[in-house]
Design a protein. Sequence first.
Length: 487
Amino acid sequence: MAAPSAPHATAPLEPARLPSVDRLLQSAELQPLLADYGRIATTDAVRQVLEDLRQQLRAGTALVPESVATGALAAQIGRQLAQLFAPRLRSVYNLTGTVLHTNLGRALLPQAAVEAVVEALTTPANLEYDLATGGRGDRDDLVEALICRLTGAEAATVVNNNAAAVLLTLSTLASGREVVVSRGELVEIGGAFRIPDIMGRAGCKLVEVGTTNRTHARDYEGAITADTALLMKVHTSNYAIQGFTKSVPDAEVTTIAHANDLQMVVDLGSGTLVDLRQWGLPHEVTVRETIDAGADVVTFSGDKLLGGPQAGIIVGKKELIAKIKKHPMKRALRVGKLTLAALEPTLRLYLHPEALAQNLTTLRLFTRPQADMRSQAEQLAPLLQHALGASWTVDTAELHSQIGSGALPVDNLPSWGLQIYPASGKQAGRQLQQLEARLRALPRPIIGRLHDDALWLDLRCLEADALDGFIAQFFLLRTDGAAQAQP
Ligand SMILES: *Cc1c(COP(=O)(O)O)cnc(C)c1O
């Protein structure tokens, strides 16, 4: 129903001229919305749209009759409902160059984990049920043997994330007592995880030793008192201290701890289960190496280098893990069945290391051949250039990706990608920000990185199966009319 478009079209409207909720709900234009979204949500949206209009009228905003025609109102109501029903957690393309990007959800899970999660979501499972005895089981039993086999530890338990693992370990083993840590290791991991704060929450007293750049064995020895519960080492995940530095190796700190009847705890952060050098990657200390160095308890994340779901894994001496599991906070920090369903098949991939770089998604991304990314860049550059038009220059470029999430912060992985510059240097900064926003506004947002007066798209995380969907969105970027055929 078209509103008259005529001489009185701009005359302000009286609130009384707004249609009623009932009349709108009965109109032909609303019937498709009622079918798609249901009566309750649609009625809410109708009320909201009418209320907004009434407020505009009260505020003296001149409304033209066209804006309250049933067709226009239905379109407005439809937009509200579509927004309400649209998922907030959305897939994006991570072309930031950081593979384990904390803000983009860290590790992508292997197919085996995806299948196990779907099954656990839709069928009952023996989460805490012992199939051998028919009695009650322990959810940690599902993965403990596997974790021990892969790390050489005596026992293991799993909690919500590594922050929880550190908190629970310290609360159990050192509450009310002193914990000795090097000043060079008092890290803050993005957001709220700071070692000194966690210590406080766990009820421990932090005893800092050494200096920011150098800590010696005698610093640990000198700090030990009758109140000391343990010595702790924290992996300096997201930064490196370079130059005139000294830190004491895990094995040596362990020797000092054990000579004084203390325990040695290591927060490994990322903690990998395999030596990454076999794939030409930089060395990151493994959980097994840390256990072999004598650590009594080691904590690490499930969704960093390990490549699994968000989790905190605690491994170590049997009697210490048993104590940790009995702490009342364990119940509050435990993982759900979806996490365990995803973790178990991810860990099992490590039993077959020869196939790991193929099957473990994160490792496959870390080891992606440069030639692959380069030919992808060469294929994409002209397509993106065509879509963006002459006001932009799209170049292929050799880039450097990062592992991310604090793993190996100073090591870069050579990769390939695209660099996009404004063709005219005028207001380059603003133009680039607008382009970045356009890419973020796509149905599946493309997240790149602004650097050196260009927008960089690192192709490491754009695997072949995602390429068609990626290219299909380019026509939405065209400013010269999207109706033109693709070349
Ligand atoms: C990442 C990290 C943490 C926190 O781990 P989450 O799994 O994100 O909770 C703690 N300590 C270190 C050293 C880390 O690198």
